[in-house]
Write a protein that binds this ligand. Structure first.
Ligand SMILES: C[S@@+](CC[C@H](N)C(=O)[O-])C[C@H]1O[C@@H](n2cnc3c(N)ncnc32)[C@H](O)[C@@H]1O
Length: 206
C-alpha cells in the first residue's frame, strides 16, 4: 500500500515536515526578540491541547477527510433500509453532516475526544434528527452496534483497532479506513480517489 506523504516507509526521508521543522529555530529566535508575555504561550498551549489532545495517547493528529472523499464514502453506504454509521474520531463532524444529507435512511454518530472539535460539532448538530456527536474515547465504543464503521486515524492505532473491529463487529458490516491499512490484511476493496492526495478508501466486509 502507498504510504501517505509525511509518513515513513522503510526508513525513507519524510518530505513535508522538514520545512516545518526548519522553521522551529527561527521562530524561537523571533518570539524571543518580540518578547511576548508568558500568558500568550499558556493560551497557545491550552488552545493546542483543546484541539490536539488525542495526539498524546493515540498518536492520531487532527486533520479532516475532504468533501470528495465523504461523497465517495456515501456511495458505499447501504442504498435501502435503516443503518447505523459511526465515525471513530469525528473531529467536528463535518463528514457526518455530508453523509446525513446524502443518505436519509442512515443514523450517523461521531465520537470525538478532543474538546474543541467536539464542542463545535455538538453545537452544530444539536437539532439534527439523524446526526449526533458524542464526547468520549472510541476505544470504549461497542462496534457491534453499527453497520458501517469509518476511521481516518494514523498507522499507530490500526492493529489494535482491527482486533477490536474483528471481535465486535457484526457479520456483513463494513469497516472503512481512509488511507491507513491493517498490517498483513489486504482490504476486500480499495477505492482510489482522483483528488490531489489520491486518497484511498480501504473497505473490509466483516
Ligand atoms: C485524522 S482526524 C479525522 C477526523 C474525521 N474523522 C474526518 O475524517 O474528517 C482523527 C480524529 O480522531 C480523534 N481521536 C483520536 N483518538 C481518539 C479516541 N481515542 N477517541 C475519540 N477520538 C479520537 C482526534 O482528536 C481527531 O479529531
Amino acid at each position: 500500500m502507498d504510504v501517505p506523504k509525511g509518513f515513513v516507509k522503510n526508513g525513507d526521508a519524510i518530505d513535508w515536515w522538514l520545512p516545518i521543522q526548519a522553521l522551529f529555530v527561527p521562530s524561537i529566535i523571533l518570539a524571543w526578540r518580540l518578547d511576548f508575555p508568558p500568558s500568550l504561550y499558556l493560551a497557545a498551549f491550552v488552545l493546542l491541547w483543546l484541539v490536539f489532545r488525542s495526539n498524546l495517547r493515540d498518536r492520531v493528529p487532527f486533520y479532516l477527510t475532504n468533501r470528495g472523499t465523504w461523497l465517495a464514502v456515501s456511495e458505499i453506504l447501504p442504498r435501502h433500509g435503516a443503518f447505523k454509521f459511526v465515525d471513530l474520531g469525528c473531529g467536528w463532524g463535518g463528514g457526518l453532516a455530508v453523509l446525513a444529507k446524502q443518505c436519509k435512511s442512515g443514523e450517523f454518530l461521531g465520537v470525538e475526544s478532543a474538546p474543541l472539535p467536539f464542542l463545535l460539532g455538538w453545537l452544530s448538530f444539536r437539532r439534527d434528527a439523524n446526526c449526533r456527536i458524542r464526547f468520549g474515547d472510541f476505544w470504549n465504543e461497542d462496534l457491534g452496534c453499527y453497520d458501517v464503521v469509518y476511521a481516518f486515524l494514523s498507522p499507530a492505532p490500526m492493529p489494535r483497532l482491527w482486533r477490536k473491529a474483528r471481535n465486535e463487529m457484526k457479520p456483513g458490516s463494513l469497516f472503512i479506513s481512509n488511507t491507513f491499512g491493517v498490517p498483513d490484511l489486504p482490504p476486500n476493496e480499495t477505492l482510489t480517489l482522483q483528488d490531489v492526495r489520491a486518497a484511498k478508501l480501504l473497505v473490509w466486509r466483516m
